[in-house]
Design a binder for this molecule. Structure first.
Ligand SMILES: Nc1ncnc2c1ncn2[C@@H]1O[C@H](COP(=O)(O)OP(=O)(O)O)[C@@H](O)[C@H]1O
Ligand SMILES: [Mg+2]
Length: 248
């Protein structure tokens, strides 16, 4: 069974009658890393917000384990490009936002948030404010907050594009580790990216969108285990294939 099933959705801005997404369907299965690539402004963020239950499709439906998504759900979490941390809250308090819907008491929430900060290499930064952190550290707080609710599905909107390449690489490995480790809750990742190399390096499936009104140009499947040798001929060929689909 697919964890996420995007079923023939379209999206039109009501005020302007502008159609940005047209009949898009794809699934994200258990263990799958799915990337969405497409030109700037084609509706990728809108699509991801619909999967998160933040925006309602104009037509079509999106399902999480066969149940229609109509509102945000603690089993589906979001990681933002600009981290979206609250600057007036400490790092620990920011992570606790991810536990808002949990029935834990305050002590348990504090303990769990502190454990998550430790796990993401931020031991000792609990009482600092996000502005004291580097971009990579801020995104670690963003990821810790996202996984605090033990989500099955992690949605990420260009999560690494504001980071330097070395930091981005480390965080990519962390995400893959979470996906592949059976003891951790995350079972599926859907990532919006404008970085074709990154998408080919990480994904089992790449959904290539056209410019708006966007529809699917091609779904590129990559059945190879990670980590992948990105210098190999095979991966260069897949990268070319994705660029060709984008250019068509
Ligand atoms: N209120 C609105 N009315 C009409 N168009 C909008 C509105 N808000 C955003 N858009 C347009 O919707 C398109 C999709 O935006 P977005 O989902 O952010 O695209 P992407 O993430 O692929 O860059 C963009 O072209 C943007 O200009
Ligand atoms: Mg976007």
């Amino acid at each position: 069974m697919a964890l996420i099933n995007v079923d023939h959705i379209s999206y039109t801005f009501e005020e302007s009658d502008l159609n940005i997404i047209e009949d898009v369907s794809f699934t994200a299965g258990k263990g799958e890393f799915v990337s969405i690539v497409g030109p700037s402004g084609c509706g990728k963020s809108t699509l991801l917000r619909m999967v998160a239950g933040l925006v309602k499709p104009t037509t079509g439906s999106i399902y999480y384990m066969n149940r229609e998504i109509t509102e945000p759900n603690s089993k589906i979490s979001f990681v933002f490009q600009d981290f979206a941390l609250m600057p007036w809250l400490t790092n620990l308090e920011n992570v606790k936002i991810g536990l808002s819907f949990s029935d834990m008491d305050e002590d348990e929430k504090n303990r769990k948030a502190a454990e998550l900060l430790d796990r993401f290499g931020l031991d000792g930064f609990d009482d600092y404010y996000p502005n004291a952190l580097s971009g990579g550290m801020k995104q670690r707080v963003g990821i810790a907050r996202a996984v605090a609710s033990d989500p099955q599905v992690l949605l990420m909107d260009e999560p690494f594009s504001a980071l330097d390449e070395l930091t981005a690489n480390t965080l990519r490995a962390d995400i893959v580790y979470m996906l592949e480790n059976k003891n951790l809750s995350v079972n599926s990742v859907i990532m919006v990216s404008h970085n074709v190399n990154e998408a080919v390096e990480l994904s089992d499936k790449i959904v290539v969108l056209s410019k708006k009104p966007s529809h699917i140009k091609e779904v590129v499947e990559i059945n190879r285990k990670r980590p992948r040798d990105m210098r190999s001929k095979e991966f260069q060929r897949i990268i070319d294939k994705v660029y060709a689909a984008l250019a068509r």
